[in-house]
Design a protein around this ligand. Structure first.
Ligand code: ATP
Ligand code: MG
Length: 647
């Protein structure tokens, strides 16, 4: 049998072998969506249905794009493009710029962005404190990603019940001011890359023709997180054609705060009635124990659109049960996790197969310290920063200088010699910042080794070109070590052992989501993304105080209700919880706590039906009480489930 079809289940194979045209894979985490699309690309290329250079595959994070390129390379495909939407747009725009705009190419805005927002906010009479500026920047990004112009903003904000960072008319002023300042300075922000690319194709027939002649086969991974702006670019790329493969999981939509929506994924079969639609349920990534927990996390999700209620079925052999742990404070949590990581390393688990995942990047510091104390190498993902690190910039300068004076010798050896000049020693330093610097430099040598095996005649200029491309696409090389990453950055990736840390109220869900049901649901999906990253070992932990010896005022995450086993010491604390609190307004349909003022007024959650008759409600209530007693869990947990079953 064809090598590319081996190791695929019948559904995956159906998607791989489908003729060119619309294909949609709707499936849960770890079911092989990314594997399916990489195999599909390789299959189409190998069978001669499309040339590798005509394929454009896009995804949402640089890491995921890099992962796709690595998988394609392993399947023997070279020349197919796998990029983030932004990196693909940037490349196209550079090429088409002389024809669609002309003159000097505008520069990408980086740290100046907040400065321009500050100027615009100042003119609009708003605070220029950094938090307010970040909120305003986020709001403008949301508007642009949602294709909302400044003029349309007030109506759109009202329609979507947004909690605007300033009165809508002020936001409009800042939005307009920022656009003006940016254009005058001839700068482009990330959203402009997409806007200009779409406009170039929509308004310039010759550009569209040339582009569509070059790229003929489109693939989108993680399609559940597409924004209206990205969809517009995709439509501009496609024109009247339909050679588009999309894969995604609506339960992993984690960017709706930034305008993303799973609707295009769920509506794909309606938009392309002739599409090959495949659903995958077998989870190949995680042990049945991890899969069971993932199913449990997502089971409680509210307002899940039809088509997203997939249950994962674990395929791997049994593994250890996920572990839950409560700590007095964060340093204690971090120290315990570093020790567990040490034990895993001693058992032979490679450092690159261990990840510590958290909700916000600020949480990384305490884990960095704890790992460094035990001499465990680590890398903080937020990979964008890799190319901005001082030692990497020095290394790039040294490599360019060397290339100008000598393009001879075996590439990895040459790179190692050049980097010795900027501090790469044979033996790693003991730990801390010196160790991190060393790890970055070593990653460059490893990349040179990788390039040598993958590309014939790899030399220093080719290596520098690869580095430039990676810097542009924000795709750093892999640094050996335990990964520290935010839940957002972990999407699409997998590790043997995963620590989900800091699972306290205010962090997961994040404070500002409180009171907004949709935002809380997005936080639940983030936890689902986190849980489904683990192949085998999974630890979930939280600390009751931030600082060592601090007051223990924090409560563990609400999402852990019902997940922690009955015999776990922390479970007793959960059962006590409801009686200690003052009664809060509850939904008259599902009984869950109402946080949003609109929902309190209505007396029910936005996602609950308004037309349940009293008789059915009464039945639900008594069912709830009975089930709660039987299961010994807080009644409202059971009631939520009852509603789902009954409706
Ligand atoms: P996510 O939603 O997290 O992005 P995914 O659906 O894209 O997950 P993949 O990353 O493609 O899943 O696959 C998960 C893991 O399962 C990978 O290690 C992959 O190699 C493996 N896998 C996928 N399909 C199969 C299969 N048919 N047989 C064996 N292993 C498989
Ligand atoms: Mg994937």
């Amino acid at each position: 049998m064809d090598r590319l079809l081996e190791g695929l289940d019948p559904e995956q194979r159906a998607a791989v072998e489908a003729p060119r045209g619309p294909v949609c894979v709707l499936a849960g985490a770890g079911t092989g969506k990314t594997r399916t699309i990489t195999h599909r690309i390789a299959y189409l290329v190998q069978r001669g249905h499309v040339a590798a250079g005509q394929v454009l595959a896009v995804t949402f994070t640089a890491r995921a794009a890099g992962e796709m390129r690595t998988r394609l390379r392993a399947l023997g495909v070279s020349g197919a493009q796998a990029r983030t939407f932004h990196a693909a747009a940037l490349r196209q725009l550079r090429y088409f710029w002389p024809r669609v705009v002309g003159g000097e190419q505008w520069q990408l805005i980086d740290r100046n962005k907040l400065r321009l927002i500050a100027q615009a906010a100042n003119r609009a009479g708003l605070s220029t404190e950094s938090d307010s500026l970040r909120d305003l920047a986020g709001e403008i990004e949301w508007a642009k990603a949602s294709l909302i112009t400044p003029e349309d903003y007030p109506a759109a904000a009202a329609r979507t019940h947004r909690d605007t960072p300033a009165p809508a008319e002020r936001v409009v002023q800042v939005y307009q001011g920022y656009e003006q300042l940016k254009n005058t300075a001839q700068l482009l922000d990330f959203d402009d890359l997409l806007l200009h690319t779409a406009a170039a194709l929509e308004e310039h027939g010759d550009v569209a023709e040339e582009f569509r002649d070059r790229y003929r086969c489109f693939v989108v991974d993680e399609y559940q997180d597409v924004t209206p702006l990205q969809q517009r670019v995709l439509d501009a790329w496609l024109g009247a054609r339909d050679d588009l493969t999309v894969v995604g999981d609506a339960n992993q939509t984690i960017y709706s705060f930034a305008g993303a929506s799973p609707r295009p994924l769920l509506d794909f079969p309606r938009r392309f009635p002739e599409a090959t639609v495949v659903r995958l349920e077998r989870d190949y990534r995680s042990t049945p124990q991890v899969v069971a927990l993932a199913n449990e996390v997502i089971k409680w999700a509210r307002g899940r659109p039809a088509g997203s209620r997939l249950r994962l079925i674990g395929q791997r052999p049994d593994g250890p049960q996920p572990r839950f742990a409560e700590f007095d404070d964060e340093p204690a949590e971090a120290a315990a996790i570093a020790q567990r990581a040490r034990a895993l390393l001693d058992e032979g688990v490679p450092a690159s197969e261990i990840a510590v995942l958290y909700r916000v990047n600020a949480q990384s510091e305490v884990y960095e310290q704890a790992l460094a104390e035990l001499g465990i190498p680590y890398q903080v993902r937020g990979g964008e920063r890799f190319f901005q690190r001082a030692e990497v910039r020095q290394a790039m300068i040294a490599l360019r200088t060397a290339a100008a004076h000598q393009p001879s010798g075996e590439l990895p050896k040459v790179v190692r010699e050049v980097l010795a000049g900027v501090g790469l020693t044979d033996e790693p330093p003991a730990g801390g910042a010196a160790r991190e610097r060393w790890e970055s430099l070593l990653a460059l040598v490893e990349l040179a080794e990788e390039l040598t095996t993958a590309v014939e005649g790899a030399d220093l200029p080719k290596f520098i070109a690869e580095l430039d491309m990676r810097a542009e696409a924000q795709h750093p090389p892999t640094v050996e070590g335990v990964t520290l990453a935010s839940l957002h950055a972990a999407k699409g990736l997998e590790w043997d052992a995963v620590f989900l840390v800091g699972l306290v109220e205010g962090t997961v869900p994040i404070q500002h989501a409180d009171g907004d049901e949709a935002a809380v649901e997005e936080e639940r999906r983030l936890l689902y993304v986190g849980v489904t990253r683990a192949r085998e070992h999974l630890w979930l932990s939280w600390a009751l105080a931030r600082a060592a010896g601090g007051r223990r005022y924090r409560r563990r995450s609400r999402f852990l209700h019902g997940l922690v086993p009955e015999d776990h010491p922390a479970a007793r604390a959960v059962r006590r919880e409801p009686s200690q609190r003052k009664p809060k307004p509850q939904c008259r349909v599902c009984g869950s706590q109402l946080l949003e003022s609109r929902a309190v007024k209505l007396g029910r959650c936005a996602s609950c039906p308004s037309d349940l008759d009293e008789e059915l409600l009464e039945k639900l209530r008594s069912w709830r009480a009975g089930r709660a007693r039987e299961l010994k869990v807080p009644a409202y947990v059971v009631f939520t489930d009852a509603t789902l079953v009954a409706i």
